[in-house]
Design a protein around this ligand. Structure first.
Ligand code: UD1
Ligand code: CA
Length: 448
């Protein structure tokens, strides 16, 4: 079955108290809208339509950064969820597969749940995702009649008897796209909120003799985010899931509750992650690596057997080959560190290539920025960079070359050479003793 996603995200999200549209607030380093798109992507949709209103430009940009083929449909006035879906009609012109409506503020629907909905579509015209709510609150209620879903009542419009129902509407709906738009055409705004309710399509479908059913999922999946407190709760839900998934995949987390993953973090089996490690987006760590405490990794790749940290920072473009060692207070950005190389203490390595087995001494800095442009540092294999070397880029240090500690290297160093670029040491015999005696004598006389 070919599928189109319609993801609603036009609302302002007043309760977020933010200048930014609600669906752009982040969970695990990605806008919540992207989480919804990722769940839907598991169905391999032929088209994805994002209905945007408030902050539509920014919403469109975020959506297309994840999926360049996503189409943005504008809903200028927010007249209700039914009206929002109707705005996707043009973008789905000529499409005759199934449409699945998702909410941009409901990020945790699992792909398996959506698959169960498409399976239920084989036997029913309209399929709604529902859940048993611990506290049904203001959710829409799903009213069953025998094995059919008869209608959905919004809380505002529900009788006391209907409000007592605990089977609630998640908002996710699946139907043939043409059928969906036909049903939406029949929706009116004659209700307590004066809105065009998407939920009314169920009653309309049943009146036309169509069939409707509910697929149920755990309440945690349908969690919607409306406030900063709910955003924090959602982050917690994501992190708990991600930690459990990592451990199930054979990753050791010494103190799981202190490790934070991004939405796309990949960690291989038998890797050890010590306490207080934070992953930003785009990090992957292969099998058998160790990420020591208090390290921050983002946009980087760590190959098998490497050790990172404690207190290391891997920034975008950091590529560590096998068995690399990155130690405490080291920052790596846009740099390839070849197999077996070591950068163990207090260094900044940016815009660089470091050859296999090279040792970068404590306090080494690649001076990559001249105030306007960035320049590259290239270090060959088996090189030895003395402690506190400043490598003023662009500069190349050849294979098996050395730099003396404290050097400021401004010229290329040929392979096998030693470069020393610092003032020569001059010892003055006995000078220190004589100077100290003089100063102490002065102090004894009471002079300052
Ligand atoms: C909706 C459902 C309710 C369900 C609940 C689950 C309706 C009428 N009600 O209620 O049955 O239990 O979700 O969370 O559908 N949106 C637009 N344009 C609009 C209105 C909404 O794009 O004109 C978007 C919002 O940005 C949001 C989503 O649709 O992403 C849901 O809208 P919201 O107003 O939060 O619906 P609820 O009142 O929560
Ligand atoms: Ca809502």
């Amino acid at each position: 079955m070919t599928i189109a996603l319609i993801i609603l995200g036009a609302g302002m999200g007043t309760r977020m108290n933010s200048d930014m549209p609600k669906v752009l607030h982040h969970i695990a380093g990605a806008p919540m809208l992207v989480h919804a798109m990722k769940s839907g992507a598991a169905l391999a949709p032929e088209r994805t339509v994002i209905v945007a209103g408030h902050g539509a430009d920014a919403v469109g940009k975020a959506a297309q950064a994840y999926d360049p083929d996503a189409v943005i449909a504008l809903q200028c006035e927010q007249l209700g969820t039914g009206h929002a879906v109707a705005e996707a009609r043009e973008a789905l012109d000529g499409f005759d597969g199934d449409a699945i409506v998702l909410y941009g503020d409901t990020p945790f629907i699992r792909p398996e749940t959506l698959a169960a909905m498409t399976a239920a579509r084989l036997t029913h015209d309209v399929v709604v995702l529902g859940f048993e709510a611990a506290d049904p609150g203001r959710y829409g209620r799903l009213i069953m009649q025998a094995d059919q879903l008869d209608r959905i009542v919004e809380f505002k419009d529900a009788s006391d008897e209907e409000r007592a129902v605990s089977l609630c509407n998640s908002g996710v709906v699946a139907a043939n796209a043409r059928t969906l738009f036909e049903l939406i055409d029949a929706v009116s705004n004659d209700n307590a909120a004066g809105e065009y309710y998407l939920t009314d399509i169920v009653g309309i479908a049943r009146a036309k003799g169509m069939s409707a059913t509910v697929v149920q999922c755990p309440e945690a999946e349908t969690m919607g985010i409306n406030s900063r407190a709910e955003l924090a709760a959602a982050e917690d839900v994501f992190q708990t899931r991600a930690r459990n998934a990592a451990m199930a995949d054979g990753v050791t987390l010494t103190a799981p509750e202190t490790v934070f993953f991004a939405h796309d973090t990949v960690v291989g089996r038998d890797t050890i992650i010590e306490p207080h490690v934070v992953f930003g987006p785009g990090a992957s760590v292969e099998t058998g690596a160790t990420i020591r405490a208090f390290s921050h990794l983002e946009g980087c790749h760590v190959a098998r057997g490497s050790v990172v940290g404690p207190y290391a920072r891997l920034r975008p473009g950091a590529e560590l080959a096998e068995d690399v060692k990155i130690g405490n207070f080291v920052e790596i950005k846009n740099a390839q560190i070849a197999e077996g190389a070591k950068v163990n203490h207090l260094s900044y390595v940016g815009d660089a290539d470091i050859g296999a087995r090279s040792n970068i001494g404590a306090g080494t800095i690649t001076c990559n920025y001249d105030g306007v442009f960035k320049h590259k540092t290239t270090i060959g294999a088996d090189a030895f960079i003395g402690s506190n070397t400043m490598l003023v880029a662009p500069v190349t240090v050849g294979d098996a070359a050395m730099t003396g500690s404290g050097s400021v290297i401004t010229k290329n160093v040929p392979s096998g050479d030693l470069a020393v670029a610092r003032a020569r040491q001059d010892n003055k015999p006995g000078f220190a003793t004589r100077l100290l005696e003089k100063l102490r004598a002065k102090k004894a006389k009471g002079n300052k």
